[in-house]
Write a protein that binds this ligand. Sequence first.
Ligand SMILES: [Zn+2]
Length: 371
Amino acid sequence: MELGSHALQETLRRLDRAFQAFFRRVQVGQTPGFPRFKSSARFSGFSYPDPAGWRLFQQGPRGGTLRLGSGKTAMMIRIRGRHRFAEFMPNDLPLTHRRNHASGEDQWYASVTLRVPVSACVRQRTGEAQVGIDFGLAHWANLDEGHQIENPRWLREALPRLADLQRQRARKKRGSHRYRQLSQRIVRLYQRIADRRRDFLHRQTSALVQRCALIATEALAPKNMSRSARGTAQAPGRRVRQKAGLNREILSAGFGMAHQMLGYKAAEAGTRLHLANTRQLKPSQRCSGCWQLVPKALAERMHACPHCGCTLPRDQNSARVVLYDAWTPHDTPGTGVAARPKPLSANAVKLRSKTRETPTTAGTAQWRESS
Ligand SMILES: [Zn+2]
């Protein structure tokens, strides 16, 4: 296939950027490496910088075609799925190339950027619910009124399978045929889990945003997420590394992704997203009935308050606490009505819970499809 002139221009622009960066570093007295010649094998891809030379066709509810070039030399790429914008302008189209080192497969990714009017990004909201959520590992989500959203079955089944494959591989000689075969299977399983997990998160977050006027949850603290298997010096956990790896890459990645999706979807639907400050609020230690702190170990799955007698499953109590935090006036985040021993220091103000409410929606939306 021949490339259009604009794609070639973009390649020159990249060369130009490389040299400009080089001379800028020389000027400030650094010793940069001279920009190296990039053979086609070193090129990570190319780009259509504007809507010329390619076209996107949407066909029916779940498919489309991407046409690169024109006339007889045009290349047609089928696309699964659908973007949700009726009015849009195509903007640009970078195509990137990645070689999967484990499997040796070549993969190309086309990333279509659409220019979409803000009004087209608005999401329909059908409910006015106010929901507190505690995201977790045992269940994907625990809601304040007691309902739980399970981790999907395929994920629960895939994780032990993945660990098993990795154990098998660890017994093989590095670089051997068997080792490579197992690597391929691990990579494919990883990708399949990641794809299905993303799909699951999209569905769940869309459904939540659609029915809620307020969603309250803890702000993300990545450090808290991957420590589960380690245990203590007295009682070390088992297979810490493997388990931590799985937690980190699959479950925790899911939390980050879920938060990000909730963020932009809430903005599009006009849903208020309240992110409580975990360290100030301590949702797992605080009683949702009387707002006192009730310390408990991680293993204690029930919250039973000695002060007011409130008894709830631990995670449901946490979900209620973040929801009530969203209701309290925002000059006293995470401290509630009863407990506020001393005024917040200037430092503490920075750590405050954040409420995100309908910011202006970005003008472009990215839509990614592998081809
Ligand atoms: Zn209580």
